[in-house]
Write a protein that binds this ligand. Structure first.
Ligand code: GUN
Ligand code: FE
Length: 422
C-alpha cells in the first residue's frame, strides 16, 4: 500500500505564508514519497489504486517536536506551579515510577495508543532516565507506525536521589548501552541524545555526552531559556557564558540536528547562535501558558530565519493535539503583540499550519508537505462532528477544524510515509 492516489480537497504549505489548495485534487504517492498534487491523474500514474475521499480535507501529517512520554499520565493536572517547583512536585515523582518496567509498559501503552489516534505522524519524545523503560517506550511507538525519535534522559544532579543518576559515569555508561540496544533495532523509532537541561547535568556528564554524540552521530534534544528562575540558575552555573544557549554550545550540542524546546527568553546573542547553528526551536505555547513561563516571540524567530516547529510538551502542555498547538500559537502571539511588543505581528493561520507541518517536519528531512519528493504523511479529516451550513472555502474549513477539534479524534485516515495506520 505504499503506491496509490488519494482524491480529496488537498491543502498544504508551500512556504510559511502560502497555502496550496486543490479542491478535488489527486495526491500521488509512490513508494511512500509524494509525487505532487494534480487536477487530473497524470498518465504515468493511471495504473495506481485510487482512494476516493470525495470532498474531505486532506493535509500533511502534523509534527510534534517536543513531548514527554512519561508525563502523559498526569496531563491536565498540576498547573499551579512554575517550572522548577513543578518539576520537583509533579514531574520528578511521576518519572521515578518508570524505574519499574511493568509500570512503564502500562503507562507507555496508553501513551502510544493515544499518539497513534492523534493527528501527529512524527514526534520527538523524551523518556525518563531509565534505559529499560525508554526501550519499552521505543517498542511501543514503533508498533504505532509513527516515525519518532526517543531519548533516554540524562540527569545526574538537582533531582531526587532515586531519580537522578548516580554519577556522570553511570549516566554515560547507561546511555552507551541504550544506544547499543536501540540504534539499529527499529525501523521507525531512532534514539536521540537527551540531556534534560543544563541544571540537571554536571559538566562532567556534558563532556561525556559530547564524546558519545561524536562517536554515535545521533541528534540531540533539550530545553532552552524556558523560565526566569531556570535561566538564573544556569547563569550562576556558567557565569562566563554570554547566554544559556552558549552553555550547550561549548559541549558541541547546538547544530542542525538539535531541537531546543521553548526559547521564551532568548537574548539577541542566543538567537544569533540558534540561527548560526541551524538549531530547531520547538515552540510549546500551551506549556508556556500552563506553567506560566511566558510567550516566545515566534514572529521574531520566523522573520529572522530561524527553524521553528511546534511541540505539545505534555505534561506542561495538557494535550498531544498539534491542532491545539497551532491555535494556541496564534492566540499567544496576539497577546504578545497586544501586551508586550506591538512590532511583533500576530501569527496568521497559514503560518501556524506551516509550523505544524513543514516547519517541524524539516527536522525529519523532506517532511510536512505534498510537494514532490516529500515523505507521504497524510491526514484525511472528518468534519462530521462539526456540521456547517453556510458555504465555506477549504481554508476556512481547515481553520475551523483546527480551532474546534482538540482531542485527536476525527480522522478518517492517517498515512505515515505511505503506510496507512488508521
Ligand atoms: N525543563 C527540564 N525538564 C522539563 C520538563 O520535564 N518539562 C518542561 N516543560 N521543562 C523542563
Ligand atoms: Fe519539555
Amino acid at each position: 500500500m505504499r503506491s496509490f492516489i488519494i482524491k480529496g480537497t488537498i491543502c498544504y504549505s508551500l512556504s510559511p505564508k502560502e497555502l496550496a489548495v486543490h479542491p478535488n485534487g489527486y495526491a500521488v504517492c509512490v513508494d511512500g514519497v509524494s509525487m505532487g498534487v494534480f487536477a487530473h491523474i497524470p498518465g504515468e500514474y493511471q495504473h495506481l489504486p485510487a482512494l476516493d475521499y470525495g470532498d474531505h480535507l486532506v493535509i500533511p501529517g502534523l509534527v510534534d517536536l517536543h513531548i514527554h512520554g512519561p508525563q502523559y499520565t498526569f496531563r491536565g493536572t498540576g498547573m499551579d506551579l512554575e517550572l522548577m517547583d513543578w518539576l520537583q512536585k509533579y514531574a520528578f515523582p511521576e518519572e521515578s515510577r518508570f524505574e519499574n518496567p511493568e509500570y512503564a509498559a502500562q503507562a507507555y501503552e496508553i501513551f502510544a495508543r493515544q499518539m497513534k489516534k492523534s493527528a501527529t505522524t512524527r514526534a520527538v519524545v523524551f523518556g525518563t532516565r531509565h534505559a529499560t523503560a525508554t526501550e519499552i517506550l521505543m517498542e511501543k511507538l514503533e508498533e504505532t507506525g509513527l516515525v519518532t525519535y526517543v531519548g533516554k534522559v540524562n540527569m545526574d544532579q538537582n533531582a531526587p536521589e532515586g531519580l537522578q543518576e548516580a554519577s556522570a559515569e553511570a549516566s554515560a555508561e547507561a546511555t552507551v548501552q541504550w544506544l547499543e540496544q536501540t540504534a539499529e533495532r527499529f525501523e521507525r523509532c531512532k534514539p536521540i541524545l537527551t540531556p534534560r537541561f543544563i541544571p540537571s547535568c554536571s559538566r562532567q556528564l556534558m563532556e561525556k555526552l559530547q564524546e558519545i554524540r561524536k562517536a554515535w552521530n545521533v541528534p540531540l534534544q533539550s530545553h532552552l531559556s524556558e523560565n526566569p528562575l531556570e535561566i538564573q540558575i544556569v547563569g550562576e552555573m556558567f557565569p562566563q557564558e554570554p547566554s544559556y544557549g552558549h552553555c550547550y554550545d561549548r559541549f558541541g550540542m547546538m547544530d542542525e540536528k538539535t531541537i531546543m524546546a521553548h526559547c521564551v527568553y532568548s537574548s539577541p546573542e542566543e538567537v544569533q547562535l540558534i540561527k548560526q547553528r541551524g538549531v530547531f526551536v520547538a515552540h510549546c505555547p500551551a506549556s508556556n501558558t500552563n506553567i506560566a513561563s511566558g510567550i516566545a516571540p515566534i514572529r521574531r524567530y520566523l522573520d529572522g530565519g530561524l527553524r521553528v516547529g511546534l511541540g505539545s510538551d505534555v505534561a506542561g502542555g495538557q494535550t498531544e493535539s498539534i491542532f491545539r498547538a497551532m491555535t494556541d500559537a496564534i492566540q499567544v502571539s496576539k497577546l504578545y503583540w497586544r501586551l508586550v511588543d506591538n512590532s511583533c505581528k500576530p501569527l496568521c493561520f497559514a503560518e501556524s499550519f506551516y509550523l505544524a507541518t513543514m516547519g517541524g517536519g524539516a527536522f525529519f528531512g523532506k517532511v510536512g508537505s505534498f510537494l514532490p519528493g516529500y515523505a507521504f504523511d497524510a491526514l484525511v479529516l472528518d468534519e462530521s462532528a462539526m456540521p456547517y451550513w453556510s458555504p465555506m472555502d477549504p481554508v476556512q474549513r481547515l481553520e475551523r477544524y483546527a480551532y474546534l477539534q482538540t482531542g485527536g479524534e476525527g480522522l478518517l485516515a492517517k498515512f505515515v510515509a505511505g503506510t496507512k495506520i488508521i
